[in-house]
Design a protein around this ligand. Structure first.
Ligand SMILES: [Fe+2]
Length: 203
């Protein structure tokens, strides 16, 4: 069975409003998600499927926690990979945002509201259903996840992401997130996942 390996942390210094100490502690949680994804998927492969029951069963609990671990792994990989940039909007993603939200300011206003009202994540995703961007909120890694939507920007708004540097001031953390956003990485995701799909769709 495939074992996932954690990505490397590329950030090696304090960022504006986000200390290296806080980022390193947060990264340990991500490494835990990778470990738990491997563990839960191994246990699912070995579990007794005949006892499946929606009220309580071992396989049922494994299936519930699998989505939490897998989404935790995937979303944190985007999160850490697109921190450490200049924060300057650019590229194809910026153009898509301007088209789908009217302006960068409207997108940011909606993204901030999503981040301040969600309990887990605010995500700018390209939804294959209508071929446009949406800011989706998720109260937990496995609550609010939308199928066939490709996450391009993933803002972690769990308290662990900001408590050490910002206390309870989530708004100032959200501003720090935008200031350090690496648009080059987000644009790489567009090139890798969105553009090939758009080309195929238009054929
Ligand atoms: Fe997190």
């Amino acid at each position: 069975m495939l074992e996932y390996q954690p990505e490397e942390l590329k950030i090696n210094k304090d960022l504006e409003g986000l200390s290296l100490k806080s980022i390193k502690e947060h990264f340990k949680l991500y490494q835990g998600y990778v470990k738990k994804t491997n563990e839960v998927q191994k246990k699912i492969a070995e579990a007794d499927k005949s006892e499946a029951n929606a009220v309580y069963s071992y396989i049922g609990e494994l299936k519930r926690e699998e989505t939490f671990a897998v989404n935790g792994m995937k979303l944190h990989e985007i999160y850490f990979a697109h921190l450490g940039g200049s924060g300057e909007p650019k590229g194809k993603l910026m153009e898509m945002i301007e088209k789908d939200f009217g302006s960068l300011d409207s997108w940011k206003e909606d993204m901030i509201a999503t981040g301040l009202s969600s309990r887990g994540w605010a995500i700018t995703a390209f939804d294959l259903k209508d071929s446009r961007l949406h800011n989706y909120g998720a109260d937990a890694q496995n609550i609010g996840a939308v199928w066939s939507a490709i996450p391009l920007i993933a803002m972690d708004v769990y308290e662990h992401a900001y408590f050490m540097d910002h206390g309870v001031d989530r708004k100032s953390y959200v501003e720090s997130f935008f200031k350090n956003l690496d648009w080059d990485f987000a644009n790489e995701l567009v090139i890798k996942y969105v553009e090939p799909w758009q080309i195929k769709k238009n054929q």
